[in-house]
Design a protein around this ligand. Structure first.
Ligand SMILES: [Zn+2]
Length: 269
């Protein structure tokens, strides 16, 4: 299975890399560094205050009567928690469910927009059009078919829900206490209509900020069939441009979201 996965990945990366040249090169995978952008799922994993948390129950763990070791567990969790994908259907009727999102929309070149300086001093910070235009002044135009990643710096607080999202309470009354940065709806519109992006992700629990009540950035992005990755980890380790991202969710049929294994790749220069 492992070999098959890497073969597929090589095919995907190279066919994408060499599209302009019109040929597929398969004589080697570039050397570089893989970076895990995923938080572990366990009993401490952060979920939306109203969502069912991750639980892992032991079916069997230990030595069998036949003398060999065996372990198996079963898990239960809401779609939206931990590092996960929001499918467009989550806030836009008729748009893609998790299983309908084309795989090539989840794999691609990535850019990282670092707003941590502003977001870390204002936990209600809204990432603005100006932040993207500043990125473009420094790095050139946002390329077509790119995965946009927003680094707020909040993933460093992952172990502490109060610091990470403003509250460690659960239930409906906790939702109003959420405070964390997110994407301004005007920026969601600007990105959706003026740039051509595959997907967007960030290191907070939601693409809309914690105090949002209408989840407008979700509505705008998902109307354009742009999925979102939430609670992404380790974005600090990726450069502003030049990395690749592979973000493959559990393929839940008709799912509105799913646990996500997301990794970044930095090729050696
Ligand atoms: Zn979600």
């Amino acid at each position: 299975m492992k070999t098959l996965f890497y073969s597929l990945l090589i095919l995907t990366l190279f066919s994408s890399c060499s599209q302009d040249a019109g040929k597929v090169t398969l004589n080697g995978f570039p050397s570089g560094q893989w970076i895990d952008l995923t938080h572990t799922f366990d009993e401490n994993t952060i979920y939306w205050p109203t969502a069912e948390k991750f639980s892992l129950d032991t079916v069997f763990e230990g030595m069998t009567e036949k003398g060999y070791y065996y372990s198996a567990f079963q898990y239960c969790a809401a779609e939206h928690g931990g590092t996960h994908l929001d499918a467009p259907i989550h806030f836009a009727s008729g748009k893609n469910t998790v299983d309908q999102i084309p795989v090539d929309q989840l794999i691609g070149e990535a850019i990282v927009v670092d707003v941590s300086t502003k977001a870390l001093v204002d936990r209600d910070y809204l990432i603005s059009v100006d932040d993207f235009q500043t990125w473009e002044i420094q790095n050139g135009p946002i390329p077509d078919d790119v995965i946009v990643l927003l680094y707020t710096g909040y993933d460093q607080f992952w172990q502490n829900p109060i610091k990470y999202m403003g509250t460690d309470e659960t239930g409906e009354q906790a939702v109003a206490k959420l405070h964390f940065p997110g994407l301004h709806p005007d920026a969601a519109t600007w990105l959706s209509e003026n740039r051509k992006i595959k997907a967007i992700g960030l290191d907070t629990p939601s693409i809309d900020f914690g105090q949002s009540t209408y989840f407008e950035s979700h509505q705008i992005l998902f109307k354009h069939n742009i999925p979102a990755f939430e609670n992404v980890a380790n974005l600090k380790q990726l450069p502003a441009k030049g990395s690749w991202v592979v973000a493959l969710p559990m393929k839940i049929g008709n799912g509105s979201g799913a646990p996500l294994r997301i990794v970044g790749f930095l090729a050696d220069k």
